[in-house]
Design a protein around this ligand. Structure first.
Ligand code: 13P
Length: 250
């Protein structure tokens, strides 16, 4: 019903040469993946050469960020059409590291989302709570509020092109993954919010990835949960063997 989607977020890692080596390794070990979708999100500097390498392969290219304006005097920023130009199909929006270090808010996330959709880029919109928010019992309220604010004004037709990613901040890069049951509970809460906003039939079609210390040894259990439809992988996506094992989850 929902095609699982495994995406690698390379963050600020990999030169062009290193990226080529990783992509070649992935392509060599990929095999037939008709029942799942795979995306890699390299840093901006590697998008163009890796887009050339990935053209015509089963792996899609994604970017880690965009700016919402189409063009103009915005030093250092990259526009949606520029990402299309180098072969991107996806773009991560609202990652907690962008929210923490680069000033993203629910409002800018929402603007970026519309800019991506207007350029035929599929957004992977990230949400997630901090450790203090979880410890104080606020996780579900915070996360579902981020979903509502990020999706403000997004239509039923548009939501079909969107992927959500639940990434608890305390689980990112820490090795401290959410239990499969806790992740499932949050994914169910996110889907309930989608049902309120778009109706049950549409909510059932939207893919929700889990991210935060996804590894070869926990991916199978996470992916066996009914509302976990994919993984957004950081550290374990930087090596071909570990990312291939995650792609080939059972
Ligand atoms: P890690 O897999 O390294 O925890 O990173 C998760 C993440 O932030 C993916 O976007």
């Amino acid at each position: 019903m929902r095609t699982p989607i495994i995406a690698g977020n390379w963050k600020m890692y990999k030169t062009v040469a290193e990226g080529r080596e990783l992509v070649r390794g992935l392509l060599a070990g990929l095999g037939a993946i008709a029942d799942r979708e795979v995306v890699v999100c390299p840093p901006y500097t590697a998008l163009y050469p890796l887009g050339e390498l990935l053209a015509g392969t089963p792996i899609s290219l994604g970017a880690q960020e965009l700016f919402y304006e189409a063009q103009g005097a915005f030093t250092g920023a990259i526009a949606p059409q520029m990402l299309r130009d180098v072969g991107c199909a996806y773009v991560i929006i609202g990652h907690s590291e962008r929210r923490q270090f680069f000033g993203d808010t629910d409002t800018t996330v929402n603007r970026k989302l519309f800019a991506a959709l207007a350029s035929d880029l599929r957004p992977i919109m990230c949400v997630g709570e901090s450790k203090p928010q979880r410890d104080s019992g606020q996780a579900e309220v915070i996360v579902t509020a981020q979903v509502r604010a990020g999706l403000a004004g997004v239509s039923v037709a548009q939501i079909a092109n969107l992927v959500l990613a639940y990434e608890p901040i305390w689980a990112i890069g820490t090795g401290d993954t959410a239990t499969a049951a806790d992740a499932q509970a949050m994914h169910a809460a996110i889907r309930a919010t989608l049902t309120e906003l778009y109706g049950d039939a549409t909510a059932q079609t939207v893919r929700i990835q889990y991210g935060g210390s996804v590894k070869p040894d926990n991916v199978d259990e996470l992916m066996s949960q009914p509302d976990i439809d994919g993984a957004l992988v950081g550290g374990a996506a930087l090596k071909a063997d570990s990312f291939l094992r995650i792609i080939h989850f059972q």
